[in-house]
Design a protein around this ligand. Structure first.
Ligand SMILES: Cc1ncc(COP(=O)(O)O)c(C=O)c1O
Length: 397
């Protein structure tokens, strides 16, 4: 007789579009930093659904707020006011210094909106030919057409060409190339302050300085994709501020709803002034449920959450560096806060991820050769130590 797990996998194999190579486990519940499979076996979750379950799983405060909201009013559309969008916009403005917000439903949608708003900004100013975008090699901004056009990995893009015209990719290790690429025909530079999917690569201070100089020289807008590295992940509200970048637009997603889908675009008043009613919109974006969840998340971050990430991130980094000294297969340790990557060969990274799964630790590979960790922002010291011990054992094997 087939197990519950086999039944679930079989129905997916028959009826779902096969675009995901899933890890062959079925997860049915979670608590804190652990998720549980159909046999109720716990897995230490060092990925948090790719940086989404920011408050861990089944967070009591979030669960209560979501349940209360479901009983009260879930959705109104953007035809009407509701109490939470303005509150959330105000809170994000205070954290980012960007006074205006547009809410959407995912990271890719936030990137898409940023690209549209950058184009609209120059169009409104009469510079209708100023449409080019400079993006970075190793970038990942999402899978919709605009976001995909600015995503580096050629194998993601090639089957869907032609994409958005006028996107140039620059190496994030070549400040001079950036300087050359950014002229007065470029609408915006888009970058991740720490490249996530590309292999957990922080931008160098030299590259950050080149971005700032290019934007000052030409007036080009800066779009920071903080979808993975922002919202507390590195111990600060946004990583752009930590590295000294001053974006005109910011794309947010992932951690913001702590598991409830929500994305956001934050922007300067100058950008907002260029946009008119009807230029953009969404049915679901910023509904009561999603905004309420995001407010719970921000409360947690502002009441000790960020301090916790800094302490936990330091502990994780120290532990990973210690692993690198013991296991020469690790050739680099990168990241900040609770966004970390261990570089090794593709083969070693595959074996480490599989070995960790066998020990019921969830990590994954970014860019093939980097073992990536994005634990919940609420992860405890004991859980970090447990994860490090498992990695040590797996690396030893
Ligand atoms: C930096 C970055 N931008 C954009 C995206 C796309 O977000 P979503 O998958 O919510 O569309 C991701 C997702 O991994 C990301 O890491």
């Amino acid at each position: 007789m087939a197990t519950e797990e086999q039944d679930i996998q079989a129905v997916e194999a028959e009826h779902l579009l096969q675009v995901y190579k899933r890890v062959p486990i079925v997860l049915t519940r979670g608590k804190g930093s652990y998720v549980y499979d159909t046999e109720d076996r716990p897995y230490l979750d060092f990925l948090s659904g790719i940086g989404v379950a920011s408050l861990g799983h089944a967070h009591p405060g979030l669960a209560a707020a979501v349940a209360d909201q479901a009983r009260t009013l879930l959705h109104t559309s953007n035809l009407y006011y509701h109490p939470f969008q303005g509150q959330l916009g105000r809170r994000l403005a205070a954290l980012s210094g960007l006074p205006r917000a547009f809410f959407c439903n995912s990271g890719a949608e936030a990137v898409e909106g940023c690209l549209k708003f950058a184009r609209r900004y120059w169009h409104t100013r009469g510079e209708t030919a100023r449409t080019r975008i400079v993006a970075l090699e190793r970038s990942f901004h999402g899978r919709t057409f605009g976001a995909l056009s600015t995503t580096w990995e050629p194998r993601y893009r090639a089957p869907f060409e032609p994409l958005l015209e006028g996107v140039a990719f620059v190496s994030p290790t070549d400040p001079d190339a950036l300087d050359t690429a950014v002229g007065s025909d470029v609408a915006a530079i888009i970058l991740e302050p720490i490249q996530g999917e590309g292999g957990v690569w922080p931008l160098s201070p030299e590259f950050v300085a080149a971005v700032t100089a290019a934007c000052e020289r030409t007036g080009t807008l800066l779009i920071a994709d903080e979808i993975q590295c922002g919202l507390g992940r590195t111990g600060a509200p946004f990583h752009s501020a930590t590295v000294g970048l001053h974006p005109d637009l910011m794309a947010l997603g992932k951690a913001l709803g702590a598991g409830v889908p929500i994305g956001a675009i934050l922007m300067s008043q100058d950008v907002a002034d260029a946009i008119s009613p009807g230029d953009h919109g969404t049915t679901y974006g910023g509904n009561l449920l999603a905004c309420r969840a995001a407010l719970v998340f921000l409360d947690a971050m502002e009441h000790g959450g960020l301090d916790r990430v800094r302490v936990a991130g330091t502990r994780l980094a120290a532990g990973l560096r210690a692993l690198a000294t013991r296991h020469p297969v690790i050739t680099d340790v990168r990241g900040a806060g609770l966004m970390r990557g261990l570089e090794m060969t593709v083969e070693a990274a595959t074996r480490v991820v599989d070995g960790a799964l066998a020990h019921r630790l969830l990590v994954n590979r970014a860019a093939g050769r980097v073992v990536r960790m994005l634990p919940p922002l609420t992860v405890s010291d004991e859980e970090i130590d447990e994860g490090l011990q498992i990695l040590d054992a797996v690396l030893g094997e």
